[in-house]
Design a protein around this ligand. Sequence first.
Ligand code: ATP
Ligand code: MG
Length: 568
Amino acid sequence: MASNTEGTRESVDFLRTRITRDVESGKNGGRVQTRFPPEPNGYLHIGHAKSICLNFGLAEEYGGVCSLRFDDTNPAAEEVEYVEAIQEDIRWLGFDWQERLFFASGYFEALYDFAVQLIERGKAYVCDLSLEETRAYRGTVTEAGKNSPHRERSVEENKDLFARMRAGEFPDGSRTLRAKIDMASPNMNLRDPVLYRISRVPHHRTGTEWCIYPLYDFAHGLSDAIEGVTHSICTLEFENHRALYDWFLENVDAPSHPQQIEFNRLNVSFTITSKRKLLRLVQEGHVDGWDDPRMPTLRGIRRRGYTSSAVRSFCHEVGVTKVPGTIDMVVLENTLREELNRTAERRMAVLRPLKVVITNWPEDKVDELEAVNNPGDEAAGTRRVPFTRELWIERDDFMEEAPRKYFRLAPGREVRLRYAYYVTCTEVVKDATGTITEVHCTYDPESRGGDSPDGRKVKGTIHWVSAQHALEAEVRLYDHLFATPDPGDVAGGQDFLANLNPASLEILSGCRLEPSLAETAPGAVLQFERLGYFCADPVTSKPGAPRFHRTVALRDSWAKIAKQLAQD
Ligand code: ATP
Ligand code: MG
């Protein structure tokens, strides 16, 4: 029994309850073996992360093993590029399949032999119906199907035809091998499902060795059995396939009998978890590739600045049930915020700059002020930030005609410049069009460090950057890739692309960053005070010239709106 899970939520979810029972009853000799079985037809996404954490996590918890098996039975969509990327992404997530890297294509010979066994037992036949005919014969959910006219072929004829299918004697699509089960079964999956089809598409591993390929249902369970998998965990849409999964295992001499168990797939609001749809986003240029930071792919969220530990905690937190549903994107973001709040160093950056001139500060004087790197982590230490006569602040930290409750800078009002001084606005400078170009202030020399000189209080603290020392840079802000919470759910005939958020990327140029940010390592994530967590893009950053994008805002924007509404 997995002693480390006792008393935690794991001990109560249905999956762990079940596995614990199997282990205790000595099923499979008490062994636990799982697998993660991706089809290499795209990059992994956040949904896959749940399956990876579950399969590798369970193996760890129960002292078992988990293998990585590529379900590569459909060469038309599969590529080596994906095989490699998937391995890299699983490693990034923090899991290791050790020597257990398998391919369904590695079992083609064994699977062929199982198919021959079915034929010999009168449980499979070669069928000459076309794809359309096969479909028409299948019936509907309310109507039984019709037997194929080739269903009663003799074992000898079936064996001969199947061998000749393999030998390449027949054109693509002209024949299939089908299981002989029940064309009237209420479970459509049991209506003589196709096991093999003829297709002369070269395979990324077996080349042109095979011109017949097994279908998923047939290949999957038997691959599990070959490997000695004990618990074959898959998503709920396979629930109706379980009867077929078991039928194959019962009707061949399978080396073991794994148990298929279904759980709820992970859906996250405002995004999609379907490789096919993600592929379209990439191919049609709606994003900058699989690793676009707006993508829900593991590459995308890694580039965005997510850590693998945050993704793992998220997968843990969403839990595993039998109930389909969608997790709010906020849950994912909050998991990351929680971690970054503890780990990310603070810096100051001004995204939409407005010039401030401190009129009573000498022209060339530079004051090096001490700034705390992380208020929650003393070990992170402090740094020096230069303060000069000319500074940048955020445009929206100044308002010419400010309401009473506006606690930032306004004519005649005093604010604290973070780590620096109290300043009071004395003058507003405008250009010919009336646009504010500068704000003049005086500072209080007694307030150095941002401390009150005489007990007088200021309500607002704003961030700033020395104009003389600022690093000028472009910064990208990201919003949800889709504008609707359930973008995959489109009305008849409509395309999910109609739900794309046209404002998912905002590029700000001329941002002014605190000079220490020049040395940020690509991939590092920092908090820009009051603005959010920002990552130095690992792809486009250059030494000395990081290019930042926002990983996540400080607070969920909906929470902010709700707070504003409550204040009004
Ligand atoms: P997609 O629809 O994105 O192509 P898939 O299920 O076809 O997903 P596979 O490569 O077959 O992709 O998935 C590998 C494993 O990951 C399977 O066991 C599958 O059940 C699991 N998986 C895929 N998507 C999710 C998800 N959203 N939540 C949980 N598990 C998932
Ligand atoms: Mg699949």
